[in-house]
Design a protein around this ligand. Structure first.
Ligand code: PLP
Length: 393
């Protein structure tokens, strides 16, 4: 790893080896599908893995992709990163390889992940047991019965539930199972699961790593021995990141540290303002001392992230009115970009769940998820305060 002892901002900017004959400070885009060789021996050296080098872009053997992966691994502080064309593509390779003997998905997960695990992969014989946060006492039995992969998000979507990465990893390792954490909500700036005992980390890089709502990408990171087997899946699924996207993502990563710090600061300010507003009955944000997961979050995170979920002292219809009155917050189902976004979990991420299942997961019609962007926090608070005027106490 280049600059291994340097800070994260330095690694985000200088993490990749750039060798450009013209002196470009960052690697230009190798927008090609294939690479030519001097002779057959040189081609076979790369094809057989004796020499690391470009060969064919779908295989991930492209200099622009190498540079991105090197930088991302350096920021995470691990050996290897594999870049995919989306977060879902990264998860698919992860589950295909490590899920054969059964997966335990702990807590709430992104709706697309639930569909992949609970529906599509189940049809292929990869079975998943879904445990809610409060059902962790069942994990040991499931591991004892042979499950070999524990997967979870922390913080979770949309209720920001916090899971103990170290405790779950210790338990899983006692049963010879691997632990993979979807670290999308936290980003490597706020939380590094591998340092806390997890084996693998996955990302939707579409969110904070990309950070501008203008690219779709994903990662799996970890020790080389664990990440290497996923290369074959990525190659055969054809789920490699495109060079243009890799170059854009490399550019985004250079500002990741400052962006995430400001997301954290803005979200904390919005969460505190919402907590003081009587029209808001509950604020879910790991940075608030009143939040049930605060102590654990403070232990395993170095920042609390940019997503704040609030519950209004209002019915579902009034909640819709509040959402529709917001001007700075765009009504869009994503997070992690420079612009603030708002969604109602019941109309987006958790739309397909039955009322009973939503209740089980603590998701209500009065709930609003805010992805806090990099606008001035005062303006975001003013927008929310004005939109809340329709709530009658
Ligand atoms: N993981 C989390 C936590 C997400 O929020 C998402 C998307 O919203 C994904 C994974 C899937 O990522 P992508 O949309 O990049 O495929």
């Amino acid at each position: 790893m280049k600059h291994a002892s340097a800070g994260r901002s330095t690694r985000a900017i200088h993490g990749a080896n750039v060798t450009d004959a013209h002196g470009a400070p960052h690697l230009p885009i190798y927008n090609t599908t294939t690479f030519a060789f001097e002779n057959t021996e040189a081609l076979l050296d790369v094809a057989d893995g004796r020499v690391q080098g470009p060969l064919y872009t779908r295989y991930g053997l492209n200099p622009t992709i190498f540079a991105l992966e090197e930088t991302t691994a350096s920021i995470e502080g691990t050996e290897s990163a594999l870049a995919f064309c989306s977060g879902m593509a990264a998860e698919t390779a992860l589950f295909a390889h490590y899920g054969r003997d059964g997966i335990v998905c702990v807590g709430d997960a992104y709706g697309g992940t639930m569909e992949l695990l609970g529906n599509q992969l189940a049809r292929l014989g990869i079975s998943t047991t879904f445990l809610l946060g409060g059902e962790l006492d069942r994990l040991e039995d499931l591991l004892g019965a042979g499950a070999k992969l524990v997967f979870f998000e922390t913080p979770t979507n949309p209720t920001l539930g916090i899971h103990d990465i170290t405790a779950i990893s210790e338990l899983a390792h006692r049963h010879d199972a691997k632990v993979a954490v979807d670290n999308t909500f936290a980003s490597p700036i706020n939380q590094r699961p591998l340092e806390l005992g997890a084996d693998l980390v996955s990302y939707s890089a579409t969110k904070y790593l990309g950070g501008h709502s203008d690219l779709t990408a994903g990662f799996v990171l970890g020790a080389t021995a664990l990440v290497e087997p996923l290369k074959g899946w990525r190659k055969s699924f054809g789920s490699t990141i495109a060079p243009e996207t890799a170059a854009m993502l490399s550019r985004s990563l250079r500002t990741l540290v400052v962006r995430v710090r400001q997301h954290n600061a803005n979200a904390q300010a919005v969460a505190e303002a919402m907590e003081a507003d009587p029209r808001v009955s509950r604020v879910l944000y790991p940075g608030l001392p009143s939040f049930p997961g605060h102590a654990l979050a403070a232990k395993q995170m170095s920042g609390f992230g940019g997503v704040v979920t609030i519950e209004l002292a209002a019915d579902a219809a009034t909640t819709v009115k509040v959402v529709d009155r917001l001007e700075l917050f765009a009504l869009a189902p994503s997070l992690g970009g420079v612009e603030s976004l708002v969604t109602q979990p019941v109309t987006t991420t958790h739309y397909d769940l039955s009322p009973e299942e939503r209740a089980r997961r603590g998701i209500t019609g009065s709930m609003i998820r805010l992805s806090i962007g990099l606008e001035d926090a005062d303006d975001l608070i003013a927008d929310l305060t004005r939109a809340l005027d329709v709530v009658e106490l």
